[in-house]
Design a protein around this ligand. Structure first.
Ligand SMILES: Cc1cc2nc3c(=O)[nH]c(=O)nc-3n(C[C@H](O)[C@H](O)[C@H](O)COP(=O)(O)O)c2cc1C
Length: 332
């Protein structure tokens, strides 16, 4: 039987963003949100450098591995690998519209093949004990139809999956780039609410365009959880508002404390051969909306992205951060 994980708020899987360094950084800010990996193709997980592609720090947990694929044997293999490596959940990507992903027959194009999806999910469930979840869209191309979506969701449910993340915007498989398809067409939250109403036993997580505490509270009245992507990546300290307002955590770290801990992690990682920018690039948004945030961003992009960036530079940045923090406090 699958165990359940607290998922009122999750950070969305995002390619080139939610790698292990970003997740470590986010976890320094929030202990309560659920984290997701970037999508990993089944073949990479099975044949690639597993340590490089799939390893993570225990601090990142609870953590889900998101997988892309449509070969049930491969998917079940990856589900077992995820469980053995200590992931808390495995999530199948049924929502990505990119051409490359379509060519490999995974992501949103699988919404056209409910039977295949059900078989894939079923074989994943049969090969591991961690929860198997799905992330999908409310429709694709011309299809934005409640009955179609509900049938699709029911196929997933019958296959044994109880948690479905619904990006409230249909996938456009032809004619838009994946980037455009993150803003076009319009979101349809109502469709997600209707799915939850019709399937009260399912855990429905709503995703797409959620950017304030007010939004989160509103959606939590109708769904089991929210998943947030870009808002958190661009403004990671928003997680402190989430800790305060959603999880009632009163004692939260300052930005300065977060950077201090991040630098400790960086020091360890640099010794293992990680480049400074691979860690620090995720912290660019830490001062979002704050006085001095431009300096912080400029300093990071001037120094951290350089090939020869080293740990001393990171220490120097820390001094700038401390000064920023003081400025912010005196200017409040
Ligand atoms: C840079 C970027 C990369 C993404 N990569 C993935 C991915 O690997 N898997 C996935 O299911 N969704 C991916 N998405 C979609 C997000 O998970 C999410 O569904 C979408 O951004 C809508 O949420 P938001 O409006 O809160 O950002 C990506 C989005 C962005 C912006």
């Amino acid at each position: 039987m699958n165990k359940t994980i607290e998922k009122s708020v999750s950070v969305a899987p995002m390619m080139d963003c939610t790698d292990r360094h970003d997740r470590y950084f986010l976890r320094l800010i929030s202990k309560n949100v659920m984290l997701y990996s970037e999508m990993v193709a089944t073949k990479s997980a099975i044949h690639g450098d597993r340590k490089k592609i799939l390893s993570f720090s225990p601090e990142e947990k609870p953590l889900a591995l998101q997988v892309g694929g449509s070969d049930k044997k491969e998917l079940s293999q990856v589900a077992k690998i995820a469980e053995d490596m200590g992931y808390d959940e495995i999530n199948i990507n049924l929502g990505c519209p990119s051409k490359k992903v379509q060519k490999n027959k995974f992501g949103a194009c699988l919404m056209k093949e409910p039977e295949l999806v059900a078989e894939c999910i079923n074989s994943m469930i049969n090969s591991c004990k961690i929860p198997v979840t799905a992330k999908t869209r409310i429709g694709f191309d011309e299809t934005e139809d409640f009955n179609y979506l509900n049938k699709f969701i029911n196929k997933i449910k019958e296959a044994g999956c109880n948690t479905i993340i619904l990006h409230a915007r249909k996938a456009i498989l032809k004619g838009l780039s994946p980037k455009q398809n993150l803003n076009i067409p319009k979101l349809n939250y109502q469709m997600v609410y209707e799915i939850k109403k019709k399937n009260p036993e399912l855990e429905i997580i709503i995703n797409g365009g959620i950017s304030s505490i007010k939004d989160i509270k509103q959606h939590l009245k109708k769904c089991n959880g929210v998943m947030i992507g870009r808002t958190i990546y661009q403004n990671p300290y928003f997680l402190v508002d989430i800790e305060k307002e959603i999880f009632n955590v009163k004692d939260n770290p300052t930005r300065e404390e977060i950077v201090e801990l991040l630098l400790k992690y960086l020091e360890k990682e640099v010794k293992l051969g990680t480049k400074v920018n691979h860690v620090m690039r995720h912290a660019v948004g830490l001062y979002h909306g704050q006085i001095g945030s431009k300096n912080w961003k400029r300093y990071l992009s001037d120094n951290m992205m350089a090939r020869d960036s080293d740990f001393q530079k990171a220490k120097h940045i820390m001094t700038i951060v401390q000064n920023n923090e003081k400025n912010n406090q005196t200017n409040l």
